[in-house]
Design a protein around this ligand. Structure first.
Ligand SMILES: [Zn+2]
Length: 328
């Protein structure tokens, strides 16, 4: 679950940092002087334009900030605030500890500390959210003022991310295979009916999306083959998710594929199209309109790269659901 990081930025240092390394992102060539080859390789993938919004926190008195920074995960959303407003947000893409780089970017504060607990952002946006509105959403007292760097708990974070629509669809929290499997088993025991229950199914989509899209910002629809930003693609189950056995759900490398929101996901899910030997066919038994037919004709006859020996049985289940004959 993505969390919210509060980053009060009213003092002179913070204002300058926001201007110098968020609004004017840091060049990868500067980062490359200090970071490992592995970090730079990842950052190059994340920032193809080579400009990296960069932030950092000092260790603080008695290292008070170190544990808090330790909680930060990819996908968390930082809120910058000053003068009674949340004025900016950004999504965490990566974090690392590097004192020399911090000193180069921001020098040292009066206590001789530097902002060495660093994290990198994307999807940086401006806001004008008054504290009063923020406090109401979180459930804080009306006169609460954001003070000090902190990472909010999941419940508060979710309220904020939902209310202000800040959740990233690109940067997702790391979910391990074990966590994914645990969730699959839990959902199996509890049943899938009550999908509104808080905390349910939280890990499944991030896990599947991360495996499909890695850290890329764009990808290809497995049906029409078109290239889209990943927030226009879904991790779609080839065989209807609720009909999958435990083994099939755990077969995550084969059971899902990217489908675009421009129609392919629904055309497939609702059975207007099906695949036979890897080729897209129109389902003649479904009533269509002229305009819908036009959409289907665009992709009819195309092959999907996701059809293979391992995925075939799932496509066949889908075709079989609509009593469509699939030859082997
Ligand atoms: Zn598509």
């Amino acid at each position: 679950m993505q969390r919210v990081i509060l980053q009060p930025s009213g003092n002179k240092d913070a204002r300058e940092h926001y201007e110098n390394t968020i609004q004017s992102p840091v060049s990868i060539s500067v980062l490359a002087e200090y970071l490992t080859a592995a970090d730079i390789e990842l950052i190059e993938t994340l920032y193809p334009d080579g400009r990296v919004p960069t932030w950092g926190v000092t260790p603080g008195k008695g290292n008070v900030n170190v544990n808090k920074w330790g909680k930060i995960q990819v996908g968390d959303v930082t809120l910058f605030s000053a003068n009674g407003h949340v004025f900016g947000s950004g999504v965490v893409t990566h974090k690392l500890h590097n004192k020399d780089l911090a000193a180069r970017l921001w020098n040292y504060d009066k206590e001789g500390q530097t902002w060495e607990y660093m994290y990198f952002l994307d999807e940086v946006n401006s806001h004008q959210i008054p504290y009063s509105q923020f406090n109401q959403v979180v459930g804080y007292a009306d006169n609460f003022v954001i003070q000090g760097f902190s990472v909010l708990n999941e419940e508060r974070s979710e309220r904020i991310l939902t209310a202000f629509d800040l959740m990233s669809e690109i940067y997702l929290p790391e979910v391990t295979e074990e966590e994914y499997m645990e969730e699959v088993l839990r959902l199996e025991i509890e049943g899938d009916l009550d999908t509104s229950h808080s905390g349910r199914g939280r890990k499944e989509q991030p896990f599947l999306r991360k495996r499909l899209f890695k850290n890329k910002k764009s990808g290809y629809c497995g049906i029409c083959g078109k290239h889209y930003p990943v927030n226009m693609l879904v991790a779609a189950h080839i065989k209807k998710r609720s009909k999958c056995s435990r083994e099939e759900r755990l077969d995550y490398q084969n059971i899902v594929m990217p489908m675009c929101k421009f129609g392919c996901d629904d055309l497939y899910e609702k059975g207007y199209i099906y695949l036979k030997d890897g080729v897209i066919h129109k389902n003649l038994s479904m009533p269509v309109t002229t305009d819908l037919l036009e959409k289907i004709v665009e992709i009819e006859g195309q092959s999907s790269l996701h059809w293979n020996e391992n995925t075939k049985k799932y496509f066949e289940w889908h075709a079989g659901k609509y009593n469509l004959t699939v030859t082997h």
